[in-house]
Design a protein around this ligand. Structure first.
Ligand code: FMN
Length: 189
């Protein structure tokens, strides 16, 4: 389990699956780990549409919130200590930005910093179907130690009875990368 003082950056991009981001923030809120949220302007759309939530209400689940346009924020620097970053969900555009070092906003810069500082970076990539460009960008990143590509695929072995169960399961699995244990995580035994 992560010690107190730990900190994880949570990036939310405009792919479908805002529920993944919310669950991630909720799970982190149950721990001592500080969540540092940065969301793209397109994520604001999916948060509104898919969760029926305002950005203010959504952001209230994070410990700290950063403006995606503020490229000078602390998470843009490698000297700011974090234990890694998760992008949930990760759009194909943000995937491309990360894969190509194109840090045009704070979310992308924070991911770039996570890579250069060799910290864990979990990308919950979501698109279907995938083009060769999407797959090439994933393959490029998959070769970098510390990068975990975790598309939010359906799981059945945990015997889910709802979409919420599936969302919780995949988010718990993603947070395990940071050695964070969530309550109610169903392990295969
Ligand atoms: C409702 C909605 C759902 C979307 N779902 C996806 C998706 O699942 N995957 C994806 O790559 N893009 C998706 N998009 C498109 C992205 O939002 C778009 O490419 C955007 O430029 C991504 O920018 P960002 O990564 O900075 O948020 C969706 C857009 C909307 C409005």
């Amino acid at each position: 389990m992560m010690s107190s003082g730990a900190r994880v950056v949570v990036g939310v991009s405009g792919a479908s699956g805002a529920a993944l981001a919310l669950e991630c923030l909720r799970c982190l809120a149950e721990t001592e780990v500080e969540s540092c949220l940065v969301l793209s302007s397109n994520a604001e759309l999916t948060i509104n549409q898919e969760l029926g939530m305002s950005v203010e209400e959504f952001s209230g689940h994070a410990d700290r919130v950063f403006d995606n346009r503020n490229i000078g924020a602390s998470i843009a620097s490698g000297t700011f200590r974090t234990d890694g970053m998760i992008v949930a969900p990760c759009s194909m555009k943000t995937l491309s930005g990360v894969a190509n070092g194109f840090s045009e906003n704070l979310l992308l810069r924070a991911a770039d910093v996570t890579l250069k500082e060799q910290r864990p970076l979990v990308l919950m990539v979501r698109e279907s179907p995938l083009s060769a460009i999407h797959v090439d960008n994933m393959a490029k990143l998959a070769r970098i130690p510390g990068v975990v590509l975790m598309p939010p695929l359906l799981t059945f072995y945990n015997e889910p009875t709802s979409v919420d169960d599936m969302v919780h399961h995949i988010v718990c699995k993603a947070l395990q990368v940071f050695d964070i244990e969530c309550s109610g995580f169903h392990r295969w035994s």
